[in-house]
Design a protein around this ligand. Structure first.
Ligand code: B4P
Length: 193
C-alpha cells in the first residue's frame, strides 16, 4: 500500500493535481474539502455545522474532520493506496492520521508540498470563484483562508519534515508541468497503474 499527502496552501492546486494522480496511479482520493462540501450540499447536521466555518475561511474543527476520514478509509478496504488532499491541516490531524494508519499496519510514504507564491493563489481562487459558485472563493474569505493556513496548517510540513517525508515541489508552472514534477517523486515508490 502506498499513501501520499498532497499538501499546500489554498489554491495551490491540490484538488487539480489529485485528479491527475488518481487517474495515473489508481489511488483512492480522499479530499476533506470535497467530503465537507458534499455534507454541506446535503444539509446534514455535520454539513450545517461545517458551513459556519467554511464560509468564514476557517478550518472545520479537528474532531469532525478526523471522524470523517476514519470512516472513509474503512470504506475503501483493499485499496492500492490513498491520496490525502487537503488533509491533514493541523498538527492534531497529522497525529491522528499517523495513528490511524499505524493501526492499519501502514503509514504515509511521502508528503508532496506544492509551493506557490501568494499572489498566484489569490488570482487562481478569485478566478475559480467567478464560475464555481463556491461561497468561500471571494477575496475576503480567501484572505482568511490564507491566514488560517499560516496560523494552523503550515506547521504540518515540519511534522513530516522531521520524519524525512517532505518533498517540496514547484507549483506555479502550468498544470502539466506541476504534474510532471509530482510524478517524478511518486515514481520513486509506485509505477503508473
Ligand atoms: P479545499 O477544498 O481543500 O480546497 P482549497 O484549499 O481551496 O484548494 P486546492 O489547493 O485544492 O486548489 P485547486 O486545485 O482547487 O478546502 C476548502 C475549505 O474546506 C477550507 O477552507 C476549510 O474550511 C475546509 N477544510 C477542508 N479540509 C479541511 C481539514 N482537513 N480540516 C479543517 N477544515 C478543512 O485549485 C484552485 C484553482 O486554481 C482552480 O481554479 C484551478 O483550476 C486553478 N489552478 C490549479 N493549478 C493551477 C496551475 N498550475 N496554474 C493555473 N491555475 C491553476
Amino acid at each position: 500500500m502506498f499513501n501520499l499527502i498532497l499538501f499546500g496552501p489554498p489554491g495551490s492546486g491540490k484538488g487539480t493535481q489529485s485528479e491527475k494522480i488518481v487517474k495515473t496511479y489508481r489511488l483512492e482520493h480522499i479530499s476533506t474539502g470535497d467530503l465537507l462540501r458534499d455534507e454541506v450540499s446535503r444539509k446534514t447536521p455535520l454539513g450545517v455545522e461545517a458551513k459556519k466555518y467554511m464560509d468564514q475561511g476557517l478550518l472545520v474543527p479537528d474532531e469532525v474532520v478526523i471522524g470523517m476520514i476514519s470512516s472513509k478509509i474503512d470504506e475503501k478496504h483493499g485499496a492500492r493506496g490513498f491520496i490525502f488532499d487537503g488533509f491533514p491541516r493541523t498538527r492534531a490531524q497529522a497525529e491522528a492520521l499517523d495513528k490511524l494508519l499505524e493501526f492499519k499496519d501502514t503509514q504515509i510514504h511521502i508528503v508532496l508540498s506544492l509551493e506557490v507564491p501568494e499572489e498566484h493563489l489569490k488570482k487562481r481562487l478569485i478566478g475559480r470563484g467567478e464560475t464555481s459558485g463556491r461561497t468561500d472563493d471571494n477575496e475576503m474569505v480567501i484572505t482568511e483562508r490564507i491566514k488560517e493556513y499560516h496560523a494552523k496548517t503550515s506547521s504540518v510540513a515540519a511534522h513530516y519534515a522531521a520524519h524525512n517525508k517532505l518533498e517540496r515541489v514547484k507549483g506555479d508552472g502550468t498544470i502539466d508541468d506541476t504534474f510532471k514534477l509530482l510524478s517524478k517523486q511518486i515514481d520513486k515508490y509506485l509505477l503508473p497503474a
